[in-house]
Design a binder for this molecule. Structure first.
Ligand SMILES: *Cc1c(COP(=O)(O)O)cnc(C)c1O
Length: 418
């Protein structure tokens, strides 16, 4: 019994729709490029994971780094989501969205002293320490502040997530976590440190993981550590399996939340401690599309044809960064035969390419296209390179839409400069 993923962007007679709103009507109001998100898709993805783990005590700590626009965070909070933050900035944004620091986990491979002190003072629920050195800094800072830091250790299980090398984090060649073999001793050596309370264990082996096996292995390794730590007398409150659940960028069904849960729940039952999940992409990835307009069409003598968009790597960096695939669809497809198109951005970088040899109906200047499945690691990775201004973001809810971030202006950008 596969629960189908809700995909919000669907063709309709009058052109592409997001839920019940015409994408063209949004572009007319906010201009292009623009990010459009579906609230229904976020609710549905959250519910999919929540339901898959319904029979086991769990908490969903949404990974803010996938997309942390305030309105989306408020929506996730209303659904019962909690927070996985990767910087003090994300913690502060989550607080503005109404989250209690006690409901946050704070991970990050290079937390500064200032970030650690601020997190302790704010009462962050769990600080996932990346090294023995970081634990010791936490201990002394917490002591100075007269506080007890609630901590877990992020372990590196040396497991290949079989995802893209740039988003695999659980191999011993990666910079993340402490070697699994050393973890038990790291806890044991600090058992009597009164300014630390060890509340959990943590692993996160990568992102866009599309098979259950590495996730199950990571769970097994982490549960085994948690059992050892219980034997050693630690009163752990949770086992944190991190995020990483992949989504179907190519439209073919991949690992579902049910399959993920079925793979890790038997492991978790060996220790019977609540699980913390940190999904990011799986919650917002399908919910968003980048809407862009064709600004030029070029045909070269060798037959290659380019559609140049008003969005590029400044709005969506994933293709340039990882060569990642996104489906691209015309908002109002022209009739006639399809042909091969290179879909490129306007930036002066040869990596500023969204797709090569993509079979699409004819594209003309001023046509609108949608780059799909860009809700995660899209808007958050945008930059002002080439003095381009950040695109607006729009949240659709059923038959209505709301601008949740306006387009950046010259004054916004220059406000920081003398
Ligand atoms: C990035 C990250 C996540 C979220 O990863 P997704 O692949 O988006 O689910 C979760 N936990 C940690 C520690 C991360 O760094």
């Amino acid at each position: 019994m596969r629960r189908l993923v809700y995909l919000p962007f669907q063709p309709a007679p009058a052109g592409l729709q997001c839920d019940r709103v015409s994408v063209q009507s949004i572009a007319e109001v906010v201009g292009t490029p623009a990010y459009v998100y579906s609230a229904r898709a976020i609710r549905s993805a959250f519910a999919g994971i929540d339901t898959a783990f319904a029979e086991y005590p769990h908490a969903i700590h949404y990974a803010l780094k996938a997309n942390s626009t305030l309105a989306l965070l408020r929506l996730l909070r209303s659904l019962g989501g909690r927070v996985d933050a990767n910087s003090w900035g994300e913690i502060q944004v989550a607080q503005r969205a109404g989250f209690d620091p006690a409901d946050m986990v704070f991970t990050g491979v290079g937390k500064t002293r200032d970030e650690l002190a601020a997190a302790i003072a704010a009462g962050v629920g769990t600080i996932n320490a990346e090294s023995a050195g970081e634990l010791d800094r936490l201990a002394s800072m917490a002591a100075q502040l007269g506080r007890v830091a609630r901590v877990a250790v992020r372990v590196n299980p040396d497991i290949d997530a079989r995802s893209h090398p740039n988003i695999s984090t659980g191999l011993k060649s990666n910079k993340f976590g402490v070697p699994i073999q050393e973890a038990r001793a790291i806890y044991a050596d600090r058992r009597s440190v009164s300014s630390l309370k060890f509340v959990g264990v943590h692993v996160h082996i990568g992102s866009q993981i599309t098979s259950a096996e590495p996730l199950a292995r990571a769970a097994r390794v982490l549960v085994s550590l948690a059992r050892d730590l219980c034997t050693d007398g630690f009163a752990l409150e949770h086992v944190d399996l991190g995020g990483g659940l992949g989504i179907a960028y190519e439209g073919r069904p991949l690992l579902t939340p049910q399959e993920y849960a079925a793979a890790v729940l038997p492991e978790l039952r060996q220790v019977n401690i609540p699980v913390v999940l940190e999904p990011g992409r799986a919650i917002v990835g399908h919910a968003g599309a980048l809407i862009s307009r064709v600004v030029d069409v070029k045909r070269f003598p060798d037959g290659r044809q380019f559609a140049v968009l008003d969005a590029g790597m400044t709005e969506l960096m994933r293709p340039a960064l990882y060569g990642s695939f996104h489906r691209i669809v015309p908002v109002v497809p022209r009739s006639g035969d399809e042909s091969a198109w290179d879909i490129v951005g306007p930036i002066c970088e040869s990596s500023d390419v969204f797709a090569r040899d993509r079979s699409l109906p004819e594209l003309r200047v001023d046509d609108l296209v949608a780059v799909l499945d860009t809700g995660a690691y899209g808007a958050v990775m945008a930059s002002n390179y080439n003095r381009r201004f950040l695109a607006p973001e729009v949240l659709v809810d059923d038959d209505r839409f709301e601008i949740i971030r306006r387009r950046q202006t010259l004054d916004d950008v220059l406000a920081l400069e003398s």
